[in-house]
Structure formats: structure tokens, C-alpha cells
Design a protein around this ligand. Structure first.
Ligand code: PGA
Length: 252
């Protein structure tokens, strides 16, 4: 089955209690405009997940988390488990974002363990991959993205129902720079081929592959039109409901 598109917002370390007004505005926009042909997800910081889930209850936006620990519980000061995230009724967890790979030295093996922890709770993992500028310049993009990251970060039994891949070139995140449509399509094609090779035709073609990195209302439609792009993972432009809705417009 063709993947269902997803437009996901990652608020990163942004947002306080009063930011729920943006979620409420987004819900209003979704209620009042044509239903998009995609799912919508917002991943606020952990402090806001619970209240966002309550506000979004029964609405056309799901709430997710940005990370989790591999264990269910235990002596891990400051960490949050997938079980805790399920307990507050979030539906998705981002794992392996490049900022966590860089800031917290997360390896693809750890990312795979996190994705497995997400799956054990019956939630969906958004597994992020992406090359740095130096890796792209060295011509290593496909090797890094597919071999070093994607194949090592995906659990053996990943399924389209519980796993979404997000390709986010590190140099495009928060910079306003984006790859050309041809470059996006090339990487997404390589990701798709690797998924088909690993999981077979039917399952491999079922995974949604999101593009992330400086997606904005002005470039979303074009980026989303590239082959094998099944949605977006949006940072900065997901903080304001109007901008995020402008990206969702690519699916209206
Ligand atoms: P950006 O971030 O949209 O602000 O570039 C994307 C991301 O890191 O998910």
C-alpha cells in the first residue's frame, strides 16, 4: 500500500505552558479548512506532552515525543521511557535526530534500541538519518545515510505501521538551505531501495519517508512533490500554527 503522508512538527527545546495557544490555533485551522490528505503530528518538549495530548484529544493532530530511553524504567536520571510516553497517550517518538546524535553521541545501534523500545510500547518511531555538509562534499551522502545510519538504526521487525523514516540533511536543519529536488529525490530513492531490499517489495514500499530541513510554507509543496517523499519533519516552521498549517497545505 502507498504510504500515508505525515507532516510532523518537532518543537525541539522550545515552548512553555502558554504555547498551548499555538496548538489551539492549529486545531482551529485544521477544523476550519479542508482536511489534508496526510496525518498531522506535533512533538513538543516533554514538559508539554501531557497537556497537549489533552487539548488535542479527538482532534486531527496527534502528539508525540522527541526522544526516549531504551529501558522501561530505572536509575536513569533525567531520562524518560517510551512506556511513560505511552502512558500519557502520545502516539509517536522521534529517535536518532541529528541533534541527539551530535549532542548526546547517539550511535545508530542506540537509535535502533530506542526504536525497539518504542515498538514494544505499541508506538510509532520516527527514525532520523542525514549527512553533514562535509560528508556530502566528500560524496559520502548515500553511504552515510543508508549504510551507516538507516540500515543500522532500523529494527529487524520494523513495519510501516510503526516506523517512519525521516531524511534530514544536517546542513539543511535550521539554516534556510535546502537540497535541490533532484538531490532529495536521489536520497529518498536510495532509502526506498534499501527498505525494499531489506523488507521486501510490499513492506519496503509501505514506509513513509519524510524530508526534513528548512521546510517552510514557501517550499513545502515542491519538496513534497519529489518522488518517494511522503511528508515532512518540520522544526522552526512548526512553532507557529499559521506556518505549520501552510506546510500542511501541500497536502490539500
Ligand atoms: P528545521 O528543523 O525545519 O528548523 O530546519 C528540522 C528538524 O530538525 O527536524
Amino acid at each position: 500500500m502507498a504510504p500515508r503522508a505525515l507532516v510532523a512538527g518537532n518543537w525541539k527545546m522550545n515552548g512553555v505552558k502558554s504555547s498551548v495557544s499555538e496548538l489551539k490555533s492549529l486545531i482551529d485551522l485544521l477544523d476550519n479548512e479542508a482536511a489534508p490528505n496526510c496525518d498531522v503530528l506535533l512533538c513538543p518538549p516533554a514538559t508539554l506532552i501531557g497537556s497537549f495530548v489533552e487539548v488535542a484529544n479527538g482532534k486531527a493532530v496527534n502528539i508525540g515525543a522527541q526522544d526516549c530511553h531504551v529501558n522501561v524504567s530505572g536509575a536513569h536520571t533525567g531520562d524518560i521511557s517510551a512506556a511513560m510516553i505511552r502512558d500519557i497517550e502520545a502516539t509517536h517518538i522521534i529517535v536518532g535526530h541529528s541533534e541527539r546524535r551530535a549532542d548526546h553521541f547517539e550511535t545508530s545501534e542506540l537509535v535502533r534500541n530506542k526504536a525497539e523500545a518504542v515498538h514494544k510500547q505499541g508506538l510509532a518511531a520516527i527514525v532520523c538519518v542525514g549527512e553533514t555538509e562535509a560528508q556530502r562534499k566528500a560524496g559520502d551522502t548515500i553511504k552515510v545515510v543508508v549504510e551507516d545510519q538507516l540500515l543500522k538504526s532500523l529494527p529487524e521487525n520494523a513495519l510501516p505501521e510503526n516506523t517512519i523514516v525521516a531524511y534530514e540533511p544536517v546542513w539543511a536543519i535550521g539554516t534556510g538551505l535546502t537540497p535541490t529536488i533532484e538531490d532529495v529525490a536521489e536520497v529518498h530513492k536510495s532509502i526506498r531501495s534499501a527498505l525494499v531490499e531489506r523488507f521486501g517489495n510490499e513492506v519496503g514500499n509501505g514506509f513513509a519517508i519524510l524530508y526534513g530541513g528548512s521546510v517552510k510554507p514557501g517550499n513545502a509543496k515542491e519538496l513534497m512533490s519529489a518522488d518517494n517523499v511522503n511528508g515532512a519533519l518540520v522544526g522552526g516552521a512548526s512553532l507557529k500554527a499559521v506556518d505549520f498549517n501552510g506546510i500542511i497545505d501541500a497536502y490539500r
